[in-house]
Design a protein around this ligand. Structure first.
Ligand code: DMJ
Length: 574
Protein backbone atom coordinates (compact mmCIF):
# COMPACT_ATOMS: atom_id res chain seq x y z
CA UNK A 1 0.00 0.00 0.00
CA UNK A 2 1.25 3.44 -0.87
CA UNK A 3 0.94 5.86 1.99
CA UNK A 4 1.04 9.53 1.28
CA UNK A 5 -0.67 12.67 2.45
CA UNK A 6 -3.35 13.87 0.03
CA UNK A 7 -4.60 17.41 0.43
CA UNK A 8 -6.43 18.15 -2.80
CA UNK A 9 -9.53 16.75 -4.39
CA UNK A 10 -7.72 15.50 -7.45
CA UNK A 11 -6.17 12.72 -5.48
CA UNK A 12 -7.49 9.21 -5.48
CA UNK A 13 -10.20 8.76 -2.71
CA UNK A 14 -8.60 5.52 -1.53
CA UNK A 15 -5.37 7.32 -0.91
CA UNK A 16 -7.27 10.13 0.83
CA UNK A 17 -8.89 7.65 3.21
CA UNK A 18 -5.50 6.12 3.91
CA UNK A 19 -3.96 9.47 4.67
CA UNK A 20 -6.93 10.51 6.83
CA UNK A 21 -6.69 7.42 9.02
CA UNK A 22 -2.97 7.97 9.23
CA UNK A 23 -3.53 11.52 10.38
CA UNK A 24 -5.97 10.32 13.05
CA UNK A 25 -3.44 7.79 14.27
CA UNK A 26 -0.73 10.42 14.28
CA UNK A 27 -2.88 12.88 16.20
CA UNK A 28 -3.63 10.21 18.79
CA UNK A 29 0.06 9.42 19.14
CA UNK A 30 0.95 13.09 19.43
CA UNK A 31 -1.63 13.67 22.14
CA UNK A 32 0.10 10.95 24.17
CA UNK A 33 3.50 12.66 23.98
CA UNK A 34 5.00 13.63 27.36
CA UNK A 35 6.41 17.02 26.23
CA UNK A 36 5.13 19.62 23.75
CA UNK A 37 5.87 18.60 20.15
CA UNK A 38 8.50 21.34 19.54
CA UNK A 39 10.73 19.93 22.31
CA UNK A 40 11.65 16.85 20.26
CA UNK A 41 13.24 18.47 17.18
CA UNK A 42 14.99 21.01 19.39
CA UNK A 43 16.52 18.27 21.58
CA UNK A 44 17.48 16.16 18.55
CA UNK A 45 19.13 19.12 16.84
CA UNK A 46 20.91 20.04 20.07
CA UNK A 47 22.20 16.50 20.55
CA UNK A 48 23.33 16.33 16.94
CA UNK A 49 25.15 19.62 17.33
CA UNK A 50 26.94 18.39 20.48
CA UNK A 51 27.97 15.13 18.79
CA UNK A 52 29.21 17.06 15.77
CA UNK A 53 31.46 19.26 17.89
CA UNK A 54 32.67 16.36 20.00
CA UNK A 55 33.53 13.86 17.31
CA UNK A 56 33.67 15.48 13.92
CA UNK A 57 37.03 16.94 12.94
CA UNK A 58 36.72 20.69 13.46
CA UNK A 59 36.61 22.86 10.38
CA UNK A 60 40.07 24.04 9.61
CA UNK A 61 41.44 26.32 7.02
CA UNK A 62 42.50 24.47 3.91
CA UNK A 63 45.10 26.42 2.17
CA UNK A 64 47.10 25.25 -0.80
CA UNK A 65 50.48 26.85 -0.31
CA UNK A 66 51.94 25.37 -3.46
CA UNK A 67 50.81 28.23 -5.64
CA UNK A 68 51.68 31.43 -3.92
CA UNK A 69 54.03 30.92 -1.06
CA UNK A 70 57.20 29.38 -2.34
CA UNK A 71 59.93 30.15 0.18
CA UNK A 72 61.24 32.61 -2.39
CA UNK A 73 64.70 32.71 -0.89
CA UNK A 74 67.53 30.81 -2.54
CA UNK A 75 69.62 28.50 -0.35
CA UNK A 76 72.76 30.49 -1.16
CA UNK A 77 71.58 33.64 0.56
CA UNK A 78 73.70 35.22 3.27
CA UNK A 79 73.13 34.71 6.99
CA UNK A 80 72.23 38.34 7.42
CA UNK A 81 69.41 37.96 4.89
CA UNK A 82 68.23 34.83 6.68
CA UNK A 83 68.18 36.76 9.93
CA UNK A 84 66.16 39.49 8.24
CA UNK A 85 63.75 36.89 6.89
CA UNK A 86 63.19 35.64 10.46
CA UNK A 87 62.58 39.22 11.63
CA UNK A 88 60.08 39.68 8.78
CA UNK A 89 58.32 36.48 9.90
CA UNK A 90 58.16 37.80 13.45
CA UNK A 91 56.67 41.07 12.21
CA UNK A 92 54.11 39.12 10.17
CA UNK A 93 53.03 37.21 13.29
CA UNK A 94 53.15 40.13 15.72
CA UNK A 95 51.44 42.67 13.45
CA UNK A 96 48.47 40.35 12.97
CA UNK A 97 48.17 39.85 16.74
CA UNK A 98 48.49 43.58 17.37
CA UNK A 99 45.88 44.34 14.70
CA UNK A 100 43.32 41.75 15.84
CA UNK A 101 43.94 40.90 19.47
CA UNK A 102 46.32 43.30 21.24
CA UNK A 103 46.25 42.61 24.97
CA UNK A 104 44.44 39.29 24.72
CA UNK A 105 46.31 36.32 26.16
CA UNK A 106 46.07 34.14 23.07
CA UNK A 107 45.60 34.68 19.36
CA UNK A 108 43.47 32.80 16.82
CA UNK A 109 44.91 33.95 13.49
CA UNK A 110 42.33 32.37 11.17
CA UNK A 111 39.26 33.80 12.89
CA UNK A 112 41.39 36.87 13.68
CA UNK A 113 40.31 36.90 17.32
CA UNK A 114 41.91 37.09 20.73
CA UNK A 115 41.00 35.04 23.77
CA UNK A 116 41.80 35.30 27.46
CA UNK A 117 42.80 32.41 29.67
CA UNK A 118 40.34 33.08 32.47
CA UNK A 119 37.00 34.91 32.70
CA UNK A 120 38.83 38.14 33.28
CA UNK A 121 41.10 40.51 31.39
CA UNK A 122 44.31 39.21 29.87
CA UNK A 123 47.47 38.98 31.94
CA UNK A 124 49.84 39.75 29.10
CA UNK A 125 50.54 36.18 28.01
CA UNK A 126 51.37 37.10 24.42
CA UNK A 127 52.63 40.66 24.92
CA UNK A 128 54.98 39.81 27.77
CA UNK A 129 56.08 36.52 26.23
CA UNK A 130 57.04 38.33 23.02
CA UNK A 131 58.53 41.62 24.22
CA UNK A 132 62.11 40.46 24.76
CA UNK A 133 62.20 39.03 21.22
CA UNK A 134 60.88 42.37 19.93
CA UNK A 135 63.64 44.14 21.83
CA UNK A 136 66.36 41.75 20.62
CA UNK A 137 65.25 42.17 17.02
CA UNK A 138 65.49 45.95 17.39
CA UNK A 139 61.85 46.58 16.48
CA UNK A 140 61.60 49.94 18.26
CA UNK A 141 58.04 51.10 17.41
CA UNK A 142 56.65 47.64 18.23
CA UNK A 143 58.67 47.61 21.45
CA UNK A 144 57.32 51.01 22.53
CA UNK A 145 53.73 49.93 21.92
CA UNK A 146 54.18 46.65 23.82
CA UNK A 147 55.91 48.47 26.69
CA UNK A 148 53.13 51.03 26.83
CA UNK A 149 50.53 48.23 27.06
CA UNK A 150 52.45 46.69 29.96
CA UNK A 151 52.73 50.10 31.61
CA UNK A 152 49.13 51.24 31.18
CA UNK A 153 46.95 48.18 30.72
CA UNK A 154 48.57 45.15 32.34
CA UNK A 155 46.77 44.30 35.56
CA UNK A 156 47.43 41.12 37.50
CA UNK A 157 44.53 41.70 39.90
CA UNK A 158 42.47 39.14 38.01
CA UNK A 159 40.24 36.43 39.44
CA UNK A 160 40.20 32.99 37.84
CA UNK A 161 42.59 30.12 37.54
CA UNK A 162 45.96 30.83 36.00
CA UNK A 163 48.50 28.08 35.51
CA UNK A 164 51.27 28.56 38.07
CA UNK A 165 53.85 27.08 35.69
CA UNK A 166 52.81 28.78 32.46
CA UNK A 167 52.40 32.16 34.15
CA UNK A 168 55.84 31.79 35.74
CA UNK A 169 57.73 30.76 32.62
CA UNK A 170 55.94 33.03 30.14
CA UNK A 171 54.92 36.13 32.07
CA UNK A 172 57.28 36.26 35.05
CA UNK A 173 60.10 34.99 32.81
CA UNK A 174 59.29 37.56 30.11
CA UNK A 175 59.21 40.46 32.58
CA UNK A 176 62.48 39.42 34.19
CA UNK A 177 64.34 38.90 30.92
CA UNK A 178 63.15 42.25 29.58
CA UNK A 179 64.33 43.87 32.80
CA UNK A 180 67.68 42.11 32.36
CA UNK A 181 68.00 43.33 28.76
CA UNK A 182 66.79 46.90 29.27
CA UNK A 183 67.27 47.75 32.99
CA UNK A 184 63.82 49.40 32.78
CA UNK A 185 62.35 49.18 36.29
CA UNK A 186 58.81 48.97 34.99
CA UNK A 187 59.45 45.29 34.26
CA UNK A 188 60.89 44.57 37.69
CA UNK A 189 57.97 46.27 39.46
CA UNK A 190 55.52 44.21 37.45
CA UNK A 191 57.50 41.03 38.11
CA UNK A 192 57.39 41.60 41.88
CA UNK A 193 53.62 42.19 41.78
CA UNK A 194 53.10 38.97 39.83
CA UNK A 195 55.50 36.88 41.92
CA UNK A 196 53.79 37.96 45.16
CA UNK A 197 50.56 36.56 43.79
CA UNK A 198 52.09 33.39 42.34
CA UNK A 199 53.98 32.55 45.53
CA UNK A 200 50.70 31.76 47.30
CA UNK A 201 50.51 28.55 45.23
CA UNK A 202 53.34 27.13 47.36
CA UNK A 203 51.21 27.12 50.55
CA UNK A 204 50.66 23.35 50.63
CA UNK A 205 51.57 20.65 53.14
CA UNK A 206 54.62 19.59 51.16
CA UNK A 207 55.55 23.04 49.87
CA UNK A 208 55.01 21.93 46.25
CA UNK A 209 53.08 24.59 44.32
CA UNK A 210 49.48 23.91 43.34
CA UNK A 211 48.91 23.85 39.54
CA UNK A 212 46.87 27.08 39.40
CA UNK A 213 46.57 30.40 41.18
CA UNK A 214 43.75 32.86 41.60
CA UNK A 215 45.85 35.98 41.10
CA UNK A 216 43.29 38.40 42.53
CA UNK A 217 42.53 36.46 45.67
CA UNK A 218 46.14 35.30 46.04
CA UNK A 219 45.24 31.66 46.52
CA UNK A 220 46.54 28.40 45.06
CA UNK A 221 43.97 26.28 43.21
CA UNK A 222 44.14 22.48 43.15
CA UNK A 223 43.75 20.29 40.06
CA UNK A 224 39.99 19.91 39.48
CA UNK A 225 40.27 16.27 38.42
CA UNK A 226 42.81 15.04 40.96
CA UNK A 227 43.04 17.46 43.87
CA UNK A 228 46.33 16.22 45.26
CA UNK A 229 48.14 15.97 41.93
CA UNK A 230 50.94 18.24 40.75
CA UNK A 231 53.01 17.85 37.56
CA UNK A 232 56.64 17.27 38.36
CA UNK A 233 57.99 19.49 35.58
CA UNK A 234 55.54 22.24 36.47
CA UNK A 235 56.65 22.28 40.12
CA UNK A 236 60.34 22.15 39.20
CA UNK A 237 60.36 24.74 36.42
CA UNK A 238 59.94 28.02 38.31
CA UNK A 239 63.26 28.10 40.06
CA UNK A 240 65.31 30.13 37.55
CA UNK A 241 62.70 32.87 37.62
CA UNK A 242 62.15 33.01 41.40
CA UNK A 243 65.87 32.76 42.17
CA UNK A 244 66.77 35.63 39.83
CA UNK A 245 63.98 37.74 41.31
CA UNK A 246 65.23 36.92 44.83
CA UNK A 247 68.71 38.04 43.83
CA UNK A 248 67.41 41.29 42.34
CA UNK A 249 65.16 42.18 45.26
CA UNK A 250 67.11 40.46 48.07
CA UNK A 251 63.79 38.94 49.12
CA UNK A 252 64.87 35.41 49.99
CA UNK A 253 61.28 34.09 50.28
CA UNK A 254 61.23 33.71 46.49
CA UNK A 255 64.45 31.73 46.68
CA UNK A 256 63.61 29.43 49.56
CA UNK A 257 60.06 28.57 48.51
CA UNK A 258 61.14 27.54 45.01
CA UNK A 259 64.31 25.86 46.25
CA UNK A 260 62.36 23.76 48.75
CA UNK A 261 60.55 22.09 45.84
CA UNK A 262 63.88 20.70 44.64
CA UNK A 263 64.61 19.12 48.01
CA UNK A 264 61.15 17.49 48.13
CA UNK A 265 61.65 15.97 44.67
CA UNK A 266 65.19 14.90 45.47
CA UNK A 267 63.94 13.03 48.54
CA UNK A 268 61.14 11.34 46.56
CA UNK A 269 63.07 10.32 43.47
CA UNK A 270 63.30 6.69 42.43
CA UNK A 271 66.45 4.50 42.49
CA UNK A 272 67.31 5.24 38.86
CA UNK A 273 67.10 8.99 39.60
CA UNK A 274 64.28 9.52 37.13
CA UNK A 275 61.00 11.15 38.08
CA UNK A 276 57.40 10.13 37.33
CA UNK A 277 55.32 12.97 35.88
CA UNK A 278 52.97 13.36 38.87
CA UNK A 279 53.71 14.03 42.52
CA UNK A 280 51.46 14.42 45.55
CA UNK A 281 50.99 18.00 46.79
CA UNK A 282 50.28 16.82 50.32
CA UNK A 283 52.78 13.97 50.68
CA UNK A 284 55.58 15.03 48.37
CA UNK A 285 55.82 11.46 47.06
CA UNK A 286 55.51 10.33 43.45
CA UNK A 287 52.25 9.03 42.09
CA UNK A 288 52.25 6.00 39.81
CA UNK A 289 52.64 7.70 36.43
CA UNK A 290 54.77 7.75 33.28
CA UNK A 291 58.44 8.59 33.30
CA UNK A 292 59.32 10.63 30.25
CA UNK A 293 61.27 13.51 28.83
CA UNK A 294 58.12 14.77 27.10
CA UNK A 295 55.20 16.69 28.58
CA UNK A 296 55.15 17.13 32.36
CA UNK A 297 58.62 15.63 32.70
CA UNK A 298 60.86 17.57 30.30
CA UNK A 299 61.85 20.81 31.97
CA UNK A 300 62.55 19.18 35.36
CA UNK A 301 65.76 17.83 33.77
CA UNK A 302 66.37 21.05 31.84
CA UNK A 303 66.26 23.12 35.04
CA UNK A 304 68.62 20.80 36.94
CA UNK A 305 71.38 21.81 34.56
CA UNK A 306 70.28 25.42 34.27
CA UNK A 307 70.05 25.98 38.03
CA UNK A 308 73.65 24.82 38.26
CA UNK A 309 74.71 27.17 35.44
CA UNK A 310 72.60 30.12 36.62
CA UNK A 311 74.50 30.58 39.87
CA UNK A 312 77.90 30.33 38.17
CA UNK A 313 78.32 26.62 38.98
CA UNK A 314 78.30 27.29 42.72
CA UNK A 315 75.59 24.82 43.75
CA UNK A 316 76.95 21.34 43.27
CA UNK A 317 73.69 19.72 44.43
CA UNK A 318 72.20 20.45 41.00
CA UNK A 319 75.32 19.18 39.25
CA UNK A 320 74.89 15.91 41.12
CA UNK A 321 71.15 15.67 40.49
CA UNK A 322 71.74 16.43 36.81
CA UNK A 323 74.54 13.88 36.42
CA UNK A 324 72.57 11.19 38.25
CA UNK A 325 69.50 11.74 36.12
CA UNK A 326 71.48 11.70 32.86
CA UNK A 327 72.88 8.34 33.98
CA UNK A 328 69.29 7.16 34.60
CA UNK A 329 68.24 8.35 31.14
CA UNK A 330 71.08 6.41 29.52
CA UNK A 331 70.38 3.28 31.58
CA UNK A 332 66.61 3.25 31.14
CA UNK A 333 65.42 5.36 28.22
CA UNK A 334 67.99 5.78 25.45
CA UNK A 335 67.12 3.52 22.51
CA UNK A 336 68.23 3.01 18.93
CA UNK A 337 66.16 2.09 15.90
CA UNK A 338 67.10 -1.29 14.42
CA UNK A 339 67.40 -0.23 10.77
CA UNK A 340 68.82 3.29 10.64
CA UNK A 341 70.38 3.28 14.12
CA UNK A 342 68.65 6.48 15.13
CA UNK A 343 68.91 7.41 18.83
CA UNK A 344 65.65 8.26 20.58
CA UNK A 345 64.37 8.61 24.12
CA UNK A 346 61.62 6.14 24.98
CA UNK A 347 59.15 6.40 27.88
CA UNK A 348 58.42 4.20 30.87
CA UNK A 349 54.77 3.39 31.46
CA UNK A 350 53.54 1.83 34.75
CA UNK A 351 52.67 -1.86 34.42
CA UNK A 352 50.11 -1.69 37.22
CA UNK A 353 48.48 1.69 37.44
CA UNK A 354 47.63 2.82 41.00
CA UNK A 355 49.65 -0.02 42.57
CA UNK A 356 52.43 2.32 43.65
CA UNK A 357 55.01 -0.40 42.90
CA UNK A 358 56.85 1.70 40.27
CA UNK A 359 57.21 -1.21 37.90
CA UNK A 360 57.41 -0.04 34.30
CA UNK A 361 57.35 -1.15 30.72
CA UNK A 362 59.06 0.62 27.80
CA UNK A 363 57.03 2.58 25.25
CA UNK A 364 58.78 3.57 22.02
CA UNK A 365 57.27 7.02 21.77
CA UNK A 366 58.97 10.39 21.60
CA UNK A 367 57.23 13.76 21.95
CA UNK A 368 58.52 16.67 19.89
CA UNK A 369 59.15 18.27 23.29
CA UNK A 370 61.94 15.73 23.92
CA UNK A 371 64.07 17.43 21.27
CA UNK A 372 65.09 20.08 23.84
CA UNK A 373 67.22 17.32 25.40
CA UNK A 374 69.62 17.16 22.44
CA UNK A 375 70.90 20.71 23.02
CA UNK A 376 70.67 20.32 26.78
CA UNK A 377 72.90 17.23 26.70
CA UNK A 378 75.44 19.06 24.53
CA UNK A 379 75.39 22.07 26.85
CA UNK A 380 75.73 19.77 29.87
CA UNK A 381 78.64 17.93 28.24
CA UNK A 382 80.60 21.18 27.80
CA UNK A 383 79.91 22.43 31.34
CA UNK A 384 79.12 19.67 33.85
CA UNK A 385 80.98 17.18 31.68
CA UNK A 386 84.06 19.32 31.02
CA UNK A 387 87.41 18.60 32.62
CA UNK A 388 88.64 22.16 31.90
CA UNK A 389 87.22 25.56 32.75
CA UNK A 390 86.49 26.34 29.13
CA UNK A 391 86.18 24.05 26.14
CA UNK A 392 86.90 24.71 22.47
CA UNK A 393 84.33 25.22 19.73
CA UNK A 394 83.76 22.43 18.80
CA UNK A 395 84.86 20.62 21.97
CA UNK A 396 87.86 18.33 21.79
CA UNK A 397 87.58 14.80 23.18
CA UNK A 398 90.23 15.37 25.84
CA UNK A 399 88.33 18.39 27.17
CA UNK A 400 85.39 16.24 28.26
CA UNK A 401 85.00 13.60 30.98
CA UNK A 402 83.79 10.12 30.04
CA UNK A 403 80.27 11.15 31.00
CA UNK A 404 80.67 14.39 29.07
CA UNK A 405 81.70 12.49 25.94
CA UNK A 406 78.76 10.13 26.32
CA UNK A 407 76.29 13.00 26.76
CA UNK A 408 77.77 14.93 23.84
CA UNK A 409 77.40 11.95 21.56
CA UNK A 410 73.84 11.22 22.68
CA UNK A 411 72.95 14.89 22.18
CA UNK A 412 74.40 14.97 18.65
CA UNK A 413 72.67 11.71 17.73
CA UNK A 414 69.34 12.72 19.23
CA UNK A 415 69.42 15.97 17.26
CA UNK A 416 69.89 13.95 14.06
CA UNK A 417 66.82 11.91 15.04
CA UNK A 418 64.83 15.07 15.65
CA UNK A 419 65.82 16.20 12.14
CA UNK A 420 64.88 12.74 10.87
CA UNK A 421 61.34 13.33 12.20
CA UNK A 422 61.24 16.35 9.89
CA UNK A 423 61.40 14.02 6.89
CA UNK A 424 57.71 14.53 6.19
CA UNK A 425 55.66 15.94 3.36
CA UNK A 426 55.95 19.43 4.86
CA UNK A 427 59.47 19.20 6.33
CA UNK A 428 57.88 19.80 9.75
CA UNK A 429 58.02 17.32 12.64
CA UNK A 430 54.92 15.85 14.27
CA UNK A 431 53.90 16.36 17.88
CA UNK A 432 54.58 12.68 18.65
CA UNK A 433 56.69 10.10 16.82
CA UNK A 434 56.48 6.35 17.46
CA UNK A 435 59.57 4.27 16.68
CA UNK A 436 59.56 0.86 15.03
CA UNK A 437 61.33 -1.88 16.94
CA UNK A 438 60.95 -4.47 14.18
CA UNK A 439 64.21 -5.06 12.33
CA UNK A 440 62.50 -6.61 9.31
CA UNK A 441 60.28 -3.67 8.60
CA UNK A 442 59.77 -2.84 4.95
CA UNK A 443 58.70 0.71 5.76
CA UNK A 444 60.87 3.52 4.44
CA UNK A 445 60.94 5.40 7.75
CA UNK A 446 61.60 3.58 10.99
CA UNK A 447 59.28 5.94 12.84
CA UNK A 448 55.61 6.65 12.27
CA UNK A 449 52.71 8.79 13.42
CA UNK A 450 50.09 6.86 15.36
CA UNK A 451 46.55 6.73 13.94
CA UNK A 452 47.53 8.72 10.91
CA UNK A 453 48.14 8.16 7.27
CA UNK A 454 49.02 10.75 4.66
CA UNK A 455 45.88 12.26 3.18
CA UNK A 456 43.65 10.55 5.78
CA UNK A 457 42.02 12.05 8.86
CA UNK A 458 44.78 13.51 10.99
CA UNK A 459 45.42 12.54 14.58
CA UNK A 460 46.53 14.82 17.41
CA UNK A 461 50.02 13.31 17.13
CA UNK A 462 50.38 14.48 13.50
CA UNK A 463 50.25 18.20 14.21
CA UNK A 464 53.03 20.78 14.27
CA UNK A 465 52.00 23.52 16.63
CA UNK A 466 54.91 25.89 15.91
CA UNK A 467 56.97 24.34 18.68
CA UNK A 468 60.56 25.41 19.31
CA UNK A 469 62.38 22.38 20.75
CA UNK A 470 64.31 21.31 17.64
CA UNK A 471 65.41 24.84 16.74
CA UNK A 472 66.32 25.40 20.39
CA UNK A 473 68.72 22.45 20.21
CA UNK A 474 70.00 23.54 16.79
CA UNK A 475 70.80 26.95 18.28
CA UNK A 476 72.83 25.39 21.12
CA UNK A 477 74.51 22.93 18.75
CA UNK A 478 75.46 25.76 16.39
CA UNK A 479 76.92 27.85 19.21
CA UNK A 480 78.90 24.90 20.63
CA UNK A 481 80.23 23.53 17.33
CA UNK A 482 80.17 26.30 14.72
CA UNK A 483 79.07 23.52 12.35
CA UNK A 484 77.20 25.11 9.44
CA UNK A 485 75.04 21.98 9.18
CA UNK A 486 72.99 23.20 12.15
CA UNK A 487 72.33 26.56 10.55
CA UNK A 488 71.25 24.78 7.36
CA UNK A 489 68.88 22.53 9.29
CA UNK A 490 67.38 25.58 11.01
CA UNK A 491 66.93 27.35 7.70
CA UNK A 492 65.17 24.27 6.31
CA UNK A 493 62.70 24.27 9.21
CA UNK A 494 62.14 28.01 8.83
CA UNK A 495 61.35 27.71 5.11
CA UNK A 496 58.85 24.92 5.88
CA UNK A 497 57.15 27.11 8.48
CA UNK A 498 57.02 29.93 5.92
CA UNK A 499 55.62 27.65 3.31
CA UNK A 500 53.01 25.77 5.29
CA UNK A 501 52.11 27.60 8.51
CA UNK A 502 52.08 31.21 7.30
CA UNK A 503 48.71 32.86 6.69
CA UNK A 504 48.58 35.36 3.83
CA UNK A 505 46.30 37.60 5.92
CA UNK A 506 48.78 37.71 8.82
CA UNK A 507 49.95 35.35 11.53
CA UNK A 508 50.98 31.68 11.58
CA UNK A 509 48.86 28.69 12.51
CA UNK A 510 49.22 25.11 13.70
CA UNK A 511 49.63 22.58 10.85
CA UNK A 512 47.17 19.75 11.49
CA UNK A 513 49.05 16.98 9.68
CA UNK A 514 52.71 17.33 8.81
CA UNK A 515 52.45 14.48 6.32
CA UNK A 516 49.60 15.84 4.21
CA UNK A 517 49.96 18.48 1.52
CA UNK A 518 48.09 20.74 0.88
CA UNK A 519 47.91 21.39 4.58
CA UNK A 520 44.97 22.05 6.88
CA UNK A 521 45.55 24.59 9.60
CA UNK A 522 44.19 24.96 13.10
CA UNK A 523 43.20 28.39 14.38
CA UNK A 524 45.99 28.93 16.90
CA UNK A 525 49.23 30.89 17.00
CA UNK A 526 50.96 29.73 20.19
CA UNK A 527 52.74 32.40 22.21
CA UNK A 528 55.92 30.30 22.26
CA UNK A 529 56.20 30.80 18.50
CA UNK A 530 57.05 34.45 19.24
CA UNK A 531 59.04 33.94 22.41
CA UNK A 532 60.95 30.78 21.51
CA UNK A 533 60.76 29.46 17.95
CA UNK A 534 61.45 32.76 16.19
CA UNK A 535 63.88 33.92 18.87
CA UNK A 536 66.06 30.82 18.52
CA UNK A 537 65.85 31.00 14.73
CA UNK A 538 66.93 34.64 14.89
CA UNK A 539 69.80 33.90 17.29
CA UNK A 540 71.09 31.07 15.07
CA UNK A 541 71.77 33.69 12.39
CA UNK A 542 73.29 36.22 14.82
CA UNK A 543 76.90 36.50 15.96
CA UNK A 544 77.75 34.32 18.96
CA UNK A 545 78.45 37.49 20.94
CA UNK A 546 74.69 38.16 21.12
CA UNK A 547 73.63 36.59 24.43
CA UNK A 548 76.73 34.39 24.79
CA UNK A 549 76.01 30.99 26.33
CA UNK A 550 78.54 31.37 29.14
CA UNK A 551 76.80 34.50 30.51
CA UNK A 552 73.19 33.59 29.82
CA UNK A 553 70.68 30.95 30.84
CA UNK A 554 67.53 30.74 28.79
CA UNK A 555 64.51 29.86 30.84
CA UNK A 556 62.33 27.10 29.39
CA UNK A 557 60.36 29.70 27.41
CA UNK A 558 63.60 31.09 25.88
CA UNK A 559 63.69 34.19 28.09
CA UNK A 560 67.36 35.04 28.63
CA UNK A 561 68.43 35.54 32.25
CA UNK A 562 71.92 36.34 33.51
CA UNK A 563 74.41 34.04 35.20
CA UNK A 564 75.22 35.49 38.65
CA UNK A 565 77.10 34.62 41.82
CA UNK A 566 74.35 34.29 44.43
CA UNK A 567 74.35 36.49 47.52
CA UNK A 568 71.61 34.41 49.14
CA UNK A 569 72.88 31.32 50.92
CA UNK A 570 71.22 28.19 49.57
CA UNK A 571 69.54 25.90 52.12
CA UNK A 572 69.38 22.89 49.82
CA UNK A 573 72.93 21.75 49.36
CA UNK A 574 75.08 18.62 49.37
C1 DMJ B 1 57.13 25.90 26.13
O1 DMJ B 1 56.07 26.55 26.71
C2 DMJ B 1 58.17 25.56 27.14
O2 DMJ B 1 59.34 25.29 26.47
C3 DMJ B 1 57.80 24.39 28.00
O3 DMJ B 1 58.83 23.97 28.87
C4 DMJ B 1 57.37 23.20 27.18
N1 DMJ B 1 57.30 23.50 25.81
C5 DMJ B 1 56.63 24.68 25.39
C6 DMJ B 1 56.78 24.90 23.90
O4 DMJ B 1 56.77 23.75 23.17
Amino acid sequence: MRIRFAFNGEDDPHEFRTSRSLRVRLRRRLSRLKYPIWVYPVVTLGLGWCLYYMFWPQPALHYDHEEDSKPGISPEIADVEKREAVVAAFKHAWAAYERDAMGFDEYHPISKKGENLAHSDGIGYTVVDAIDTIHLMGLEPEYQRARSWIDKKLNFDQPGEFSTFETSIRVLGGLLSTYYLTSDRLFLTRAVDLADRLITAFDTESGLPLPSVDLKNRKGVADKYAVDRVSTAEAATLQLEFRYLAELTKNDTYWYKSEHVMSVIDKAKLPHNLVPIYISASQGTFKESEIRLGSRGDSYYEYLLKQYLQTAKTESIYRKMYMDSMQGIHDELVQMTPTRNMTYIAELVPKNWFSGDHDYTLQHKQDHLVCFLAGSLMLGATTVGAVRKTVSVPPQLHELSAQGRRDWQTGVNLLETCMYTHETATGLAPEIAMFRTDKDTTETRDWYIKNSRPGGPSSYDARYMLRPETVESLFIAWRLTGDIRYRDYAWGIFTSIERYAKLPGGGYATVLDVDTVPVSLDDKQETFFLSETLKYLYLIFCESSVLPLQDTVFNTEAHPLPVFAPTIKPRFAI
